[in-house]
Design a protein around this ligand. Structure first.
Ligand SMILES: Nc1nc2c(c(=O)[nH]1)N[C@H]1C(S)=C(S)[C@@H](COP(=O)(O)O)O[C@H]1N2
Ligand SMILES: [Mo]
Length: 386
């Protein structure tokens, strides 16, 4: 009887002591015949991939292709998953437009649709798991076409995107707190809202969005962190003044200290486009050689190179996977063949450089970033070679 790749990997996982994780069958990657998984020794022993019914992370060691399936795609949000009947659904556009509109899903789907491959991460994604990231092919209508249909007025400056989800939020003034029920909301300045790459998506990987992913409609901003991609979008309000909602103006901000003329200047900025990042997703062994496989994420700026370093050795060039490299906004994979690995514990780390010369920083170089969001630091992994 033929042993399947899946069975081989299951054996490998058990041998590596990973069986205790209770990783479901569908999480197992397709390893080649004779390839075995090398254990990461810096991962917590019990990873709970579904810490809450409405939260899910991915096990990066099991990435088995460029597109994350709908039942593996990571998910997180603030007010749970609203249930929306796609047949009754309407997208409202109000404010500084010539014709306020209310569009059904069928009406949106009659417009000229487009596809974009986009992999993103939550801006809170970080070590040790790096599991708040996924990649999909999204189908929808360009946001610009929908806004043109409503007719954006000349004085429109700010575009506010509301989800159907909502919750009570504290409104505080000088110690007085009132609770006000509010929708999840995010905003964009005019230039970004009208940029050609943004879409209102109803499908991922060729299937309707699931409730997790924002069914029936979601904003997709290729190259931006998760938070900007408003799920269950139900209302776009166009205005002149800046929108200062909680998830726009108070949460999802990064505080960085910058040395200017010998003094630290503290700059607080909104989470927008993704920072240049790579991480090692798994190490495998085939015969005498080891293979280091990882993922690159960024805002769509062309990638120049990825390097891998073992212990205190020199940086060595990794190979960018030619199949994923052309996907401007998608996950890009890299591999590095590690020859002559000796038994014992080793550190493996990756570093990506983009075409503008930007280099993924070390954790030390990010020391002046005082909030945990936007952590794109190089992530040294510990592995045990037997
Ligand atoms: N309506 C709505 N959209 C939302 C959120 C939310 O709470 N409500 N959370 C955001 C955050 S913080 C992230 S990381 C992504 C997660 O998208 P996913 O669940 O498809 O992975 O959704 C974003 N869109
Ligand atoms: Mo997020």
């Amino acid at each position: 009887m033929q042993t399947t790749r899946r069975e081989i990997l299951k054996g490998t996982m058990a041998a590596a002591g990973l069986g205790v994780l209770g990783i479901p069958d569908w999480m197992l990657p397709a390893l080649a015949q004779g390839e075995t998984l090398v254990p990461f020794t810096d991962l917590p022993p019990n990873i709970n991939l579904t810490p809450a019914p409405d939260r899910r992370i991915i096990d990066i060691r099991t990435i088995d292709g460029p597109f994350t399936s709908k039942d593996q795609f990571f998910t997180t949000q603030h007010y749970g998953h609203p249930e929306i009947d796609p047949a009754a659904f309407r997208l409202k556009i109000t404010g500084l437009v010539d014709r306020p509109v209310s569009l059904s899903l069928a009406e949106l789907q009659k417009m000229k649709s487009t596809d974009v491959i986009f992999g993103f991460e939550c801006s809170g994604n970080r070590r040790p798991l790096q599991g708040l990231t996924s990649n999909g092919r999204w189908t929808g209508v360009p946001l610009r076409a929908v806004l043109d249909h409503a007719g954006v007025k000349a004085q429109a400056r700010e575009f506010v995107f509301f989800g159907a989800d909502h919750g009570p939020e504290d409104v505080e003034f000088r110690g007085q707190i009132t609770k006000v029920e509010q929708h999840f909301g995010r905003s964009l300045a005019r230039d970004k809202a009208l940029a050609p790459e943004l879409i209102l998506a109803w499908a991922m990987n060729g299937e309707p969005l699931t409730r997790h992913q924002g069914s029936p409609l979601r904003l997709i901003i290729p190259g931006w962190y998760g938070v900007a991609n408003v799920k269950w979008i139900s209302h776009i309000h166009v205005q002149e003044d800046e929108y200062l909602g909680k998830f726009q103006a108070r949460w999802y901000r990064t505080l960085r200290g910058e040395m200017i003329d010998g003094e630290v200047e503290w700059k607080e900025s909104a989470v927008t486009h993704m920072q240049l990042k790579s991480f090692v997703a798994r190490v495998t062994r085939a015969g005498a050689d080891h293979s280091v496989f990882g993922v690159v994420l960024n805002d769509g700026t062309p990638i120049k190179s990825v390097d891998v370093r073992v212990d205190e050795g020199p940086w060595q060039p990794a190979k960018l996977d030619p199949a994923t490299a052309p996907n401007k906004y998608g996950w890009k994979f890299f591999t590095y063949t590690w020859r002559g690995a000796t038994p014992g514990e080793h550190t493996v780390v990756s570093r990506v450089t983009d075409a503008t010369g930007r280099v993924q920083p070390t954790a030390e170089e990010l020391e002046n970033k005082k909030t945990f969001l936007e952590d794109n630091s190089q992530h040294p992994r510990k592995v045990m070679i037997s």
